[in-house]
Design a binder for this molecule. Structure first.
Ligand code: ANZ
Ligand code: ZN
Length: 803
């Protein structure tokens, strides 16, 4: 019998689908549930990439194993199908983005199906289906009703190439996360979602979930909670200028103030400022820079002193100057700071450049560090009532003082900003809002959802930043749902992150016309038990979807405060040369070619064997061949079936150890070592020259989650049992039988017994000598002495002769 993957693989894929073995049972199931989730793909024009199957296969191994362990498993697939690439392609080629997207979905489906992933295809969803986005729009309306969606003139990030607004999370190192183009500021009226209202809970509830530390840390960092105080400074203009500081203890050292170039007081004070022209010129310069340029990149501080308005330090009573400088951002704190050049680097640089006084107010200890941690060691000096106090004490005392005087109060601040939720593009969910001159913004009635995307002639984004939908006058003009008068539809659409913020809920009950999912389904399936996805989504998708989920929890739609009980992340698969796979580098491996030449089982094994799951790993054709050999060796076991029964004593230990290893390693992302254990067991079996039916049966079940097709074929051909391998119970190992056979060896020094060691039975001479020398008692005896002779009597004795 020859191993023919091309015949075997499609055969079993069809059988599984026919029998519906991977279809999850409904919420009425009596089994315990298990919900395994991968990030649903964007169906790009490039098709599947060898990077995609890595997480899919990993959770497929888990999902298949869970079914064998008796769980009702939900392992679904769908499409995150709105998005710019299809829209850009459509514009260029004058076709409809939906057509292209549907074609891409078909291609992706076929490719994924060829891998034998046990997805429940009966629950497939797509964010572009009106039946789906009806509920995306519904969630938006609930947010609106609770005051968590609002429209506001905003200084927003504008991608010069995508011609649309970006959320802060989409600006990475100062450029567009998607296309790498320059990001500038633009003032636009935007729909915003109040994610900031959930900032504290998004931090606190990380305690409820099992996420890698690096993911938790990145989320906390992004949310950026800090504690300090707001302090009011009197100004000669009569207005109070309020600052946010994390170091109120340093107030005596505040020798000048800085406000951001966009601070509203500049307009207010315009006629008091003798150098207003210079100030305006500086404002214009700053507007052309991104936040990134203004903060991370600005080594050389710039600014203009306001001539005509000064401030008063509230504790020293001293008059201090006010500057505008672009290192102070309008969007953080109050957009104004008290500058303490002795203890803040940025203020120090600025003070040096502008010749401003520097007063030290903390001595000893690392003050810079104290700004970021709460462990403070310094002592206050030159600080009046605070002198002699530690930083910690001084913070408390000054805050109490400010509160008592009514000129300040303790304050918690977050770096997190509200989520800019509108895009001036066609290919997204229409925002279901109508503007009426009389009534203002009015929501589209829920009974009219979905609000469908109309067909348009041209998808071209406009340079003015208006959505292409704005040109569709007959769609835009409508009647006000409240007063019936003439009104206009919102023409911006939702960002790509909308549909993916709740998709996992739809899988629980994908065809429900009356709710995003039924109460029963939500109760039964929530939360997702294991979610694997990319690190790049930590501050985007993962944060956004946690926010939506918390909101849905608050309004009683979902039963748990957190959507995902456990999150893991995979590393990338690189090209053979160790570089990121890309067309331009010519190092792309197409999974179709691998499936064609070696088979899906080999590809799956290789994806899991390639290295530490959490790290990136370069593709290797030799590695693929090694995995193909494992499949063939397994296939050939059928030829050495013998008449004996059960697991033979000489293999019992090896079998139980492998069962344990595969069971345990697949729970902790060590898929590679699980496969290595199967390879080792294969060696033990072939060394016997034969295999019993029971041995082949157990081996087949253990290998099945990794290589599902070939195992089904061997199971059937060798009549190893009833039904499908996929329906067998997962083998239980016996802890007692996992124990390795050990021997006692005697360790002598110059012929005298000095220690006895328990070692594995099959130990080699090198290992025995190394273990003997590492034994503490022996190591001590040897001390610095030279070993002149080493004798090893296999399985019995080590003798070391020292001088
Ligand atoms: C006085 C001071 C003294 C400060 C000192 C720091 C150290 P985090 O920790 O990131 O929250 N700041 C406040 N608002 C700002 C803005 N809009 N743009 C730029 N910087 C701003 O940072 C808070 C600190 O950053 C605040 O505390 C303020 O400087 C500055 F030894 O006030 B500090
Ligand atoms: Zn109206």
């Amino acid at each position: 019998m020859k191993y023919e993957h091309k015949a075997i693989e499609p055969k079993w894929q069809e059988k599984w689908e026919e029998a519906g073995v991977f279809h999850a049972e409904g919420a009425e199931s009596k089994k315990p549930k298990y919900f395994a989730l991968i990030e649903f793909p964007y169906p790009s024009g490039q098709g599947l990439h060898v990077g995609h199957p890595r997480p899919y296969t990993a959770l497929d191994v888990v999902a298949r194993k869970r079914r064998m362990q008796g769980y009702n498993v939900l392992y679904p697939i769908g499409w995150d199908a709105f998005g710019l690439p299809a829209e850009n392609y459509a514009i260029k080629n004058h076709v409809h983005p939906e057509g292209i997207t549907r074609d891409n979905i078909q291609r992706f489906s076929r490719q994924i199906q060829s891998l034998g992933i046990s997805f429940d295809w009966s629950r497939e969803i797509s964010t572009i289906d009106p039946d789906y986005y009806k509920w995306t729009q519904w969630i938006f309306l609930q947010l609106y009703k609770k005051g968590l969606a609002y429209k506001k003139e905003m200084n927003v990030n504008w991608c010069t190439s995508c011609k649309c607004v970006l959320a802060n999370e989409e600006v990475v190192n100062g450029v567009c996360e998607r296309c790498g183009s320059e990001v500038v500021h633009k003032v636009k009226s935007q729909w915003m979602l109040k994610i900031t209202e959930y900032a504290q809970r998004l931090i606190d509830d990380l305690d409820l979930v099992d996420y890698p530390d690096r993911v938790k840390a990145q989320q906390k960092n992004w949310i950026g909670r800090s504690t300090g105080a707001e302090v009011d400074f009197d100004t000669s203009a009569g207005d109070k200028l309020t600052v946010y500081t994390t170091r109120p203890d340093t107030l005596y050292g505040a020798t000048y103030m800085v406000i951001s170039p966009e601070h509203p007081y500049i307009e207010k004070w315009a006629d008091k400022l003798s150098n207003i022209a210079e100030v305006r010129e500086y404002q214009a310069q700053a507007a052309r820079k991104s936040d990134f340029e203004r903060t991370e990149m600005a080594k050389d501080k710039t600014g203009v002193k306001l001539q005509g308005v000064t401030a008063v330090n509230p504790v020293t009573g001293g008059e201090i100057p006010i500057f505008i400088s672009d290192y102070v951002l309008v969007s953080y704190g109050t957009g104004a700071i008290m500058a303490v050049p002795a203890h803040d680097d940025r203020d120090w640089d600025f003070a040096k450049k502008f010749g401003l006084p520097i007063i030290e107010v903390v001595q000893g200890g690392n003050v810079q560090e104290a700004a970021f941690t709460d462990c403070e060691t310094g002592v206050m000096v030159n600080s009046g009532m605070l002198d002699g106090l530690t930083v910690e004490e001084a913070k408390k005392k000054i805050t109490a003082y400010l509160e008592e005087k009514g000129i300040g109060h303790a304050k918690v601040n977050f770096k997190l900003r509200d989520w800019v939720f509108s895009r001036q593009r066609y290919w997204g969910e229409p925002i279901p809002m109508v503007y009426c001159e009389k009534c203002g913004w009015v929501p589209v009635p829920e009974s009219e959802l979905p609000l469908r995307l109309p067909e348009v002639e041209s998808y071209e984004p406009t340079d003015t930043g208006e959505s292409p939908l704005a040109k569709m006058t007959d769609w835009v003009s409508t009647a006000c749902p409240r007063c019936g008068g003439p009104a206009q539809r919102e023409t911006d659409t939702m960002p790509q992150w909308a549909g993916s913020s709740w998709y996992f809920l739809r899988y629980m009950d994908p065809h429900n016309p009356d709710a995003l999912a039924s109460k029963e389904a939500l109760e039964y399936w929530s939360p997702v038990d294991w979610y694997n996805g990319g690190m790049e989504h930590t501050t985007l998708h993962l944060l956004y979807s946690r926010f939506w989920h918390k909101f849905l929890y608050d309004i009683g739609v979902v039963p748990t405060p957190e959507p995902y009980a456990k999150r893991t992340s995979h590393g990338m698969i690189l090209g053979e040369n160790g570089e990121k796979m890309s067309k331009s580098r010519g190092n792309v491996v197409n999974p179709d070619d691998i499936v064609n030449e070696y088979g899906a089982d080999t590809l799956r094994l290789y994806e899991m064997f390639i290295g530490d799951f959490e790290k990136s790993a370069p593709w290797s054709n030799n590695g693929i061949k090694g995995c193909r050999r494992l499949v063939e060796r397994y296939w050939n076991l059928q030829n050495i079936l013998c008449g004996e029964t059960g697991i033979r004593p000489q293999l019992e230990g090896a079998f139980h150890r492998t069962m344990k290893k595969v069971s345990e390693d697949t729970e902790v992302l060590k898929f590679n070592t699980a496969i290595a254990a199967l390879m080792a067991l294969m060696n033990d079996i072939t060394a016997q020259g034969s295999i019993t039916k029971e041995e082949l049966r157990v081996f087949t079940i253990l290998l099945n989650p990794f290589a599902p097709h070939v195992t089904e074929e061997v199971w059937e051909a060798s009549s190893l049992g009833q039904g499908l391998v996929a329906q067998q119970p997962w083998p239980a190992y016996d802890e007692e039988k996992c124990k390795e056979d050990t021997l006692e060896i005697v360790v002598q020094i110059k012929g005298k017994v000095r220690a006895r060691l328990n070692v594995p039975a099959g130990i080699s001479q090198e290992e025995a000598l190394a273990l003997a020398k590492a034994e503490p008692k022996i190591a001590e005896e040897i001390g610095g002495k030279a070993i002149v002779k080493e004798i090893y009597v296999p399985g019995k004795l080590v003798n070391l002769v020292v001088r």
